[in-house]
Design a binder for this molecule. Structure first.
Ligand SMILES: NC(=O)C1=CN([C@@H]2O[C@H](COP(=O)(O)OP(=O)(O)OC[C@H]3O[C@@H](n4cnc5c(N)ncnc54)[C@H](O)[C@@H]3O)[C@@H](O)[C@H]2O)C=CC1
Ligand SMILES: O=C([O-])CC(=O)C(=O)O
Length: 312
């Protein structure tokens, strides 16, 4: 019997792509192929080789290949898209739409050509609209085209709650829904520390401050970095989603999913709770929302639709 290792290709070898590749290999989740544009082929090969040379020290068995040739991505189980431009201070994620849509279209063609059966996870911003673009361009079924925002946004929320309560992050859960913008909807009612509802542990003004900081979490890092956006927590979030699919874990994680009637929306990609397993998005979970929560989600969905309206 020959057991074959899984293969994950990461398109875009910048900050998020390289960090994702390294984490995937360190966790021995798959052999990794890191792809960037031909002009950056040598630096991409160099990053991949550098990571590979960490493997004896860290003790992981996984190959990491740098390339600009999509033939090397053939038969990937999962392809992660991080290619494109990132924002700088003073910009919104939506300012990236025109440039990144073109990049999504071109990379998706190559992905589909060489890995027609793969699952695609999109990170590139504005991620809700970019996931929609990849879905349309790929012609893949909706369960195989997934966007990442909610795992990251929820991780930020959990970090801030754990800091505030001086508790382990492991015991703090939460759920951030909606588009990956300042209108995202952290669902406080579904947030717990050690199973205890957050609303009984913190006063409303502290919770409100955490919700606001979560909404602006990406911008906080952009302003601190000065010349790019977050990559450690985004990469960790991609890896959690990838692992759920590769290991058929059926994790309950927020994903950007294509909605056909769920939560009252049709024909858009939006962050919602999902079950992630070997079938990609195996189910969308419809939570009961209060009027206020639904109004928040409606506002967020409107923001996503307005970005989608400029898609070519
Ligand atoms: N959804 C989310 O939660 C998050 C999304 N992002 C987004 O991810 C994207 C990437 O961010 P970073 O890695 O920090 O940017 P980066 O600038 O460090 O890397 C982007 C890479 O994409 C490459 N690229 C550009 N066009 C390409 C093409 N046609 N084919 C292959 N590679 C191509 C560039 O050469 C560059 O190496 C940005 O759009 C950013 O806004 C970043 C963090 C979180
Ligand atoms: O803020 C950005 O531009 C990058 C991103 O999506 C995040 O870190 O949440």
């Amino acid at each position: 019997m020959t057991l074959k290792r899984k293969k994950v290709s990461v398109i875009g070898a910048g900050f998020t792509g390289a960090t994702t590749a390294f984490l995937l290999a360190q966790k021995e989740l798959a052999d990794v192929v890191l792809v960037d544009i031909p002009q950056l082929e040598n630096p991409t090969k160099g990053k991949a080789l550098d990571m590979l040379e960490a493997s004896p020290v860290q003790g992981f068995d996984a190959t990491i290949t740098g390339t600009s040739n999509y033939e090397d991505t053939a038969n990937s189980d999962i392809v992660v898209i991080t290619a494109g431009i990132a924002r700088k201070p003073g910009m919104s994620r939506d300012d990236l739409v025109t440039t990144n849509q073109k990049i999504m279209k071109s990379v998706t063609k190559e992905i589909v050509k060489y890995s027609p059966e793969c699952y695609i996870i999109v990170l590139t911003n504005p991620v809700d609209a970019m996931t929609y673009t990849v879905f349309k361009e790929s012609g893949f079924p909706k369960n195989r085209v997934i966007g990442q925002s909610g795992v990251l946004d929820t991780a930020r929320f959990r970090t801030f709650v754990a800091q505030e309560l001086n508790l382990s992050v492991k015991d703090v859960t939460g759920f951030v829904l909606g588009g990956h913008g300042d209108d995202m909807v952290p669902l406080v009612r579904y947030s717990y520390a050690g199973g205890i509802p957050l609303e009984t542990l913190l006063p409303k003004d502290r919770i409100d401050a955490i919700v606001e900081r979560t909404r602006k979490g990406g911008g906080e890092i952009v302003n601190l970095l000065g010349n790019g956006s977050a990559y450690y927590a985004p990469a960790a979030s991609i890896v959690e989603m990838t692992e759920a699919i590769l290991k058929d874990q059926r994790r309950v994680l927020p994903s950007i999913a294509y909605l056909e009637g769920e939560y009252g929306y049709n024909g858009i990609y939006l962050g919602v709770p999902t079950i992630l397993g070997a079938g990609g998005i195996e189910q969308i979970i419809e939570l009961e929302l209060t009027e206020d929560e639904k109004a928040g989600l409606d506002k967020s969905a409107e923001s996503v639709k307005s970005v989608m309206s400029v898609l070519a």
